[in-house]
Ligand binder design. Sequence first.
Ligand SMILES: [Zn+2]
Length: 314
Amino acid sequence: MTITEPTTTATDLDAARADLRARLLGDGVLIDLGSPGLYGRSGVFERVYQAVDAAAVRSQADLDADVLRFPPVEPLASFERTDYIASFPDLAAAISAFTGDDRTHRALLAARERGERWESFLEPADLMLTPAVCHPLYGLLTGTLPAGGRTFDIVGDSFRREPSLDPMRLQAFHMHEFVHVGTAASARAHRDGRIARLRETLESFGLEIDVVPANDPFFGRVGQMLARNQVEQALKFEFVTPVYGPDHEPTAISSANLHEDHFGTSFGIRTADGDVAHSACLAFGLERITIALFARHGSDPVSWPANVRAALAL
Ligand SMILES: [Zn+2]
């Protein structure tokens, strides 16, 4: 009789993450900015990143989506209505700014001179770093949608306070989302009907892809219920790839997410028939796809397989 021991441990995974991070930094693909999960990017990274984004857009061109772009911060008032702080307080981040007078400034400088932290002299600025690029959209849609709903192409900055040495987990990153807001049926069709295309697109990059129900890290005890609900109702699917080999849990690089009437209710959005609108997002995690490509095919895109380079038009 043989006793089977676990073949891998958390330490193996940490080592695999550290190896990839060291390779990306060593090869100059990423540039360490001195804070975990925050990187500068080289020209090579940027070229692949832009190719990934362009391929993502080509794959969804038939949606004929309306293009919208937003800044990396959103007003606190619209952030409030998304309920993000209820589900992910630990990932949220606010902007603070100096609003004091000369005296307060002198106190700040004195603290700084003593080598103390001085951020407590700043005040909340009623701005939040945007954690999900589609959030600023919903406030623009308050009212009644046209028949057939609307579909948007949104790419922008996301910030999530999740410092990590795993190069697949950045604090500041970009998502390219294709968002539909319409009826319960059209939102579901947008999500379910495009899963195969999204999967094909990622597979054409030479990545091994699986589509699995998502298990988001909702916060706290109420969060456990929300997480269960998300899995049981199959609200969100993730496109995962084994960045750290077959022995470790694969990493999500894209997602297909049905919000049901969450944003429709919060933002007062109605369908042409007068029902509360439903929404759904297809989201390409641009940095995660890019880094998964460097992990899979090596740091020099010139040596990548011809079919992968063709799919990316590199
Ligand atoms: Zn979204």
